[in-house]
Ligand binder design. Structure first.
Ligand code: MOS
Length: 756
């Protein structure tokens, strides 16, 4: 049993109520473990038909023939949707009106842009009939050679990376810093294509009623999905009702509604009946995003004392031939280490693949495994302990911008993590430790960092005449525990016990909760909830303090606090008034108010805002077979206010496991001849299973951040990946003395050099 995460006490000056900070269990936990939770594909409206995608087996060319007659002759098949009969759309699926709009394959023509692209949809009475209908289509193609792999086409400098970041940035003179250095590292690291692989594939049940559309589908961004559907179909967003109460993971792939989900809506339009469309596992390898492969060159200089003189981080990444998303891999070097000169730049190639997309710590995950490896290599070159080297180059202000940090408890993370792990006993040289069975033991570490972002969200709060409350926002719980944390924030904001309050989320008719992404959902929707609660309490306070019959008469709004369904005088807590009495005397059935969550532009321009962490890893390596086992992972993280330590621990563990996956397991293997993914299944696309997951500990370091938002929340969704991947890679080096610079590290890397 891993020990409990340490509770981060809520600082007294920021305490609002009694729910924030409690390690409550998941509100949706029982529903999920008993199977009662209804996921999108569990919905079966009357008369529903089944749709199955026919996907291309080539990566580039055009579809020259589909045997639609044969498919339609199948007794269960109702219709075959192709470019010839696909219902008209109000907007071109290839339009790109803003950077968050991705071009889609919605059967607009016969062109094939990547393998697994939808080329037709078969709609049938049963799933089996639809599947057989797809087989009967027997497509023929005009095929052109596929361009896959980072060297398959001409490279160029993208206009922007990530979501609007400049493709190149620098501070100081990197070449001068390198020239002046006593020691230099010049190393190139490679990371593979990865796919999101949520446990629940993308699925949709769509039903039209005239121009009104009802949709069950997993979404990390309901209002954005609603807006995209509205634009494509030329209907008003209010006519679209999306339910997304449960998601079996998303990891970024459900941030924007995907082509296949929209094809489900088109299929329902075509046949005039409810249609269910569920992606097969292999269908996820193309149309719903992936993480680009990367090749990253890091040149680092340090002086004779081990102080950095320069970091130059250049990344090559890929996008599709028809759209732009560029993994901001080199940007990982902006934040972590103090260096008088830092330069980051990106180049890219266009390949015959689906468009890459944000995937769990986009940029930071890819970039930090390279940066943390290079820093480890430099520490070794300087003859220094990797932790001592990092402390020597600790950034007290954000290196690339020169801004102060809004808060940064990374020193404490290093200290607590190292102590807990027993780092001080680590021999400096590699290949020094063996266990009782002769396995090589290695210890490595990595620094974790992820920006503390906020987007925009809204919530609505109600206090009813009986003293109970409601909090509503269209927030998303992908499994991260968001609804539990939000309900805790809501209860405190409303001054109510959790059981006196309803929390509603997960449907598009509720206020827009923004996107569950960028590790920003708790901060953004949480602040909307906090502000909506404060606004409704202010209305109650207005009523009470202006009412001569109230014990609070004359106290003024600032003179009251809300707790346990009552308002209390701040200066005399023996005087209080219940919500029910306040509303009853005012003759009101309820009061309601809305609140918004958004970043504070003034604070953002003054401060660099990031969560931090330090991860320590132990691996054991069989020196004959090269087999690698992670045996211990200790992470210490500082991410501002912890709303629910149990959910946070789960999030951090998930991140750390993904970091292990990045270092040792995951890769999509592309067939260079066909442009198809060879391992598009859970048997061969390897992710860690329970037996791979070692003893793990996550320690949360108390951190009070007065600038990120009023609740002091930074977010924990993605940071766990960023330190862990590098820590494990560095531990493998420390065990074996072999530095592997291509990920995932395999046993063949440690036994014999690869020939390719
Ligand atoms: Mo994400 S890549 O923030 O779901």
């Amino acid at each position: 049993m891993p020990p409990e995460i340490s509770l981060t006490p809520v600082p007294a000056h920021a305490r609002h109520g009694s729910n924030i900070g409690q390690p409550l269990t998941r509100r949706d936990g029982v529903l999920k473990v008993t199977g009662a939770a209804r996921y999108a594909a569990d919905n079966h409206p009357p008369g529903m038909l089944h749709a199955v995608l026919a996907v291309s087996t080539i990566a580039r060319g055009r579809v020259s023939f589909l045997d639609v007659e044969a498919a339609k002759a199948h007794p269960g098949v109702v219709e075959v949707m192709t470019p010839a009969n696909r219902p008209r759309l109000a907007e071109d699926p290839d339009a790109k009106l803003h950077p968050f709009m991705f071009r889609l394959e919605l059967l607009q023509n016969d062109e094939v842009r990547y393998a697994n692209q939808a080329i037709a949809v078969v709609i049938a009475q049963t799933l089996e009939a639809a599947t057989e209908g797809v087989a009967l289509l027997a497509p023929k193609y005009e095929t052109q050679p596929a361009r896959v792999g980072l060297d398959a086409s001409e490279s160029f400098v993208p206009a922007a990376v990530g979501v609007g970041n400049p493709s190149a940035m620098h501070r100081g003179d990197v070449e001068a810093g390198l020239a002046a250095a006593a020691r230099r590292i010049d190393a190139t690291y490679e990371t593979p294509m990865q796919y999101h692989n949520p446990m629940e594939p993308h699925a949709i049940v769509a039903a039209w009623d005239g121009d009104a559309l009802s949709v069950d589908t997993p979404s990390q961004g309901l209002a954005m999905a609603q807006g995209r559907i509205a634009g494509l179909f030329g209907i008003s967003p209010e006519n679209i009702h999306i339910r997304s109460p449960f998601l079996g993971g998303g990891f970024g792939s459900k941030g924007l509604i995907s082509g296949p989900q929209l094809l489900g809506i088109l299929a329902a339009r075509l046949v005039g009946k409810p249609v269910k469309l569920v992606l097969r596992r292999e269908h996820l390898y193309g149309p719903v995003g992936h993480r680009s492969a990367s090749r990253q060159r890091l040149r680092i200089g340090a002086d004779g004392e081990g102080l950095l003189t320069a970091i130059d981080h250049r990344a090559k990444v890929a996008s599709s031939t028809f759209d732009d998303f560029f993994e901001p891999a080199a940007d990982a070097s902006h934040t972590l280490y103090a260096s008088p000169a830092i330069a980051t730049s990106h180049e890219a190639v266009r390949l015959d693949t689906g468009t890459p997309l944000f995937m769990r710590a986009p940029g930071e995950a890819t970039g930090s495994i390279a940066l943390e490896s290079a820093i480890d290599e430099m520490a070794d070159a300087c003859g220094m302990d990797p932790l001592a080297f990092r402390l020597k180059n600790y950034a007290d202000v954000e290196p690339i911008s020169g801004k102060p940090f809004s808060s940064k408890a990374l020193r404490e993370c290093y200290a607590r993590g190292a102590e807990h792990f027993g780092w001080s006993k680590r021999p400096l040289a590699p290949r020094q430790l063996r266990d009782e069975n002769g396995l090589l033991i290695g210890w490595g570490m990595g620094t974790a960092t992820f920006p503390a972002l906020m987007f925009a969200a809204e919530a609505r709060a109600v206090v009813r005449g009986d003293g109970s409350g409601v909090m509503e926002t269209g927030a998303h719980d992908m499994g991260q525990g968001a609804w539990t944390a939000f309900a805790q924030i809501a209860a405190d904001a409303l001054g109510l016990d959790l059981d006196r309050m309803e929390f509603k989320a997960g449907t598009s008719d509720l206020p827009d909760a923004g996107i569950a992404g960028g590790s920003a959902h708790t901060a953004t929707a949480g602040m909307a909830i906090h502000n909506a609660g404060a606004a409704v309490i202010a209305k109650l306070a207005d009523l009470a303090t202006n009412d001569q019959r109230s014990p609070l008469f004359g106290a003024g709004n600032a003179g009251v606090i809300a707790r346990d369904g009552r308002l209390f005088r701040r200066d005399d807590e023996t005087r209080s008034d219940s919500y029910a009495d306040i509303l009853g005397r005012a003759g009101l059935a309820q009061v309601e108010a809305r609140g918004k969550g958004a970043a504070d532009p003034a604070a953002q321009s003054s401060y660099a805002m990031h969560a931090h962490g330090a991860v320590f890893a132990e691996v054991k390596v069989d020196s004959d077979l090269g087999q690698i086992r992670v045996t211990r992972l200790v992470g210490a993280f500082a991410a501002g206010r912890v709303i629910n330590p149990r959910m946070v621990r789960s999030q951090i563990f998930g991140g750390m496991i993904w970091g292990m996956s990045f270092a040792l397991h995951e890769q999509a293997i592309m067939d260079k001849r066909s442009g198809r993914t060879l391992n598009a299944n859970f048997a061969e696309y390897q992710v860690p299973v329970n037996a791979d997951v070692p003893s793990m500990e996550a320690l949360m370091i108390e951190e009070h951040d007065p600038h990120v938002n009023a609740l002091g929340i930074k977010g924990v969704g993605e940071i766990g990946i960023t330190g862990s991947a590098g820590a494990i890679a560095n531990a493998v080096w420390h065990a074996t003395g072999v530095r592997v610079r291509r990920f995932p590290i395999g046993l063949d890397d440690l036994v014999m050099p690869r020939s390719h």
